[in-house]
Design a protein around this ligand. Structure first.
Ligand SMILES: NC(=O)c1ccc[n+]([C@@H]2O[C@H](COP(=O)([O-])OP(=O)(O)OC[C@H]3O[C@@H](n4cnc5c(N)ncnc54)[C@H](OP(=O)(O)O)[C@@H]3O)[C@@H](O)[C@H]2O)c1
Length: 169
């Protein structure tokens, strides 16, 4: 696929990431989509065909993210990615008094810190490596409209909103 338009999308097993992949593949993009389970990689490969390349990585594992970026770099030759969609995310909800602090920390890690790690790892493929050809790629951070809402249902929602504020950077 020498002339393909290449995009990286995180969290494509379900939901918005899956839908984004479906649209991009149907429009002729090659999507490098992150999944955490081999079964999802196999399912999506069958579903999307050659326009889809699974990346097995948990975005909270920085080594795995950098390894995935290296793999993508070697597959796209000397061209830049067209884009990176930081989509993978979680929501931790429930009564504040009964949720474990580790669950809130994990939400911050997945929704706030790890997307920045993903950006750092893929930046050379998006235009910071000047040896690469083509226009710089675009970064899309999937956030939540909850971030801009003044009145939230409960404290757990406030913490979810805080974790997704990075999408507004
Ligand atoms: N749906 C909504 O109404 C809505 C509204 C506002 C914002 N959002 C945001 O939009 C994004 C996608 O939401 P969605 O509704 O499509 O959710 P979803 O269907 O639950 O999909 C989330 C995706 O993220 C992946 N993921 C979770 N933790 C991960 C990790 N540590 N490393 C790598 N991948 C991980 C999941 O993979 P696994 O299958 O392996 O768990 C899954 O592919 C999230 O950031 C969410 O907060 C959603």
């Amino acid at each position: 696929m020498a002339n393909s338009k290449d995009v990286v999308v995180t969290g494509v097993s379900t939901g918005i990431g899956w839908g984004t992949t479906k649209v991009l593949v149907s429009k002729g993009f090659r999507v490098f989509g992150s999944v955490r389970k081999q079964a999802d990689a196999d399912r999506l490969q069958r579903e999307f065909g050659n326009g889809f390349v699974p990346l097995l990585m948990d975005i909270t594992d920085a080594d795995a993210v950098h390894q995935a970026a290296q793999n993508v770099g070697s597959m796209i030759g000397d061209r830049n990615l067209v884009g990176l969609v930081n989509n993978a995310g979680i929501v931790v909800s429930g009564p504040l008094l009964y949720l474990r602090p580790s669950e809130y920390r994990r939400q911050l890690d997945v929704n706030m810190i790890s997307p920045l790690v993903v950006i750092q790892a893929f930046a050379p493929l998006l235009g910071t490596d000047k040896k690469r050809q083509g226009p710089a790629g675009r970064i899309v951070n999937i956030s939540s409209s909850i971030v801009s809402q003044k009145y939230l249902y409960n404290e757990a929602h406030r913490l979810y909103a805080a974790s997704h504020y990075v999408g507004y950077l």
